[in-house]
Design a protein around this ligand. Structure first.
Ligand code: ITT
Ligand code: NA
Length: 180
């Protein structure tokens, strides 16, 4: 089975490609993008994006809207995760967290899937972790060097281990089960 993943993010695409290859799905990247709604939750953003892209490409598509929700910051950056990563970066996030004792955070990935003429479906995966005090590890992408899972950052764990239990893996597992 073949699937088109509409994303401009190489890190996301690489992870999803690996995860879906194990399920005999060949993933192709389309980097044309889609309009991202301004919402507090990721689900409507993924649903709208998948529907929009399916109609535009006239092909079944999946998208992945993800974000890092930091409890001490009331869920920030959440739906603004891409903007914050691109314009502020991990160091500024760490700065915001400097005096915070509550380091808990949730990484969330929402896969949106849609076929032309159809309604979108969404599949959510989450993983709970902690915000580190400094960037550690060279694996992964984006927030991986500051997101700790059981003492190691995703950057230290590397993509292969991350892929066994990440937010993205959990969302893709739900998606795959539904496809079946
Ligand atoms: P799209 O083209 O797919 O929208 P994007 O990078 O703009 O790519 P999002 O809008 O979903 O993606 O923004 C999510 C942000 O969180 C973005 O900065 C990602 O790099 C980052 N991110 C998402 N998943 C991540 C992961 O597994 N590890 C680290 N950072 C992640
Ligand atoms: Na985006």
């Amino acid at each position: 089975r073949k699937m088109v993943f509409v994303t401009g993010n190489k890190g996301k695409f690489g992870e999803a490609k690996e995860i879906l290859a194990a399920k005999d799905i060949e993933l192709m990247q389309n980097a044309d993008g889609y309009p991202e709604l301004q919402e507090d939750d990721l689900e409507p953003i993924a649903a709208y994006g998948a529907k929009w892209a399916a109609e535009k490409l006239k092909h079944p598509v999946m998208v992945d809207d993800s974000g890092l929700f930091i409890n001490a910051l009331n869920g920030f950056p959440g739906p603004y995760s891409a903007f914050v990563e691109d314009n502020l970066g991990n160091q500024k996030v760490l700065k915001l967290m400097e005096d915070e004792e509550d380091r808990t955070a949730v990484f969330k990935s929402v896969i949106g899937y849609c076929e032309p003429g159809g309604e979108p479906s969404v599949f959510t995966g989450t993983v709970e972790g902690k915000i580190a005090f400094e960037e550690r590890g060279t694996g992964g992408f984006g927030y991986d060097p500051i997101f700790e899972y059981e003492g190691k950052t995703f950057g230290e764990l590397g993509t292969e281990i991350k892929n066994t239990f990440s937010h993205r893996r959990r969302a893709l597992d739900k998606f795959f089960e539904w496809l079946d």
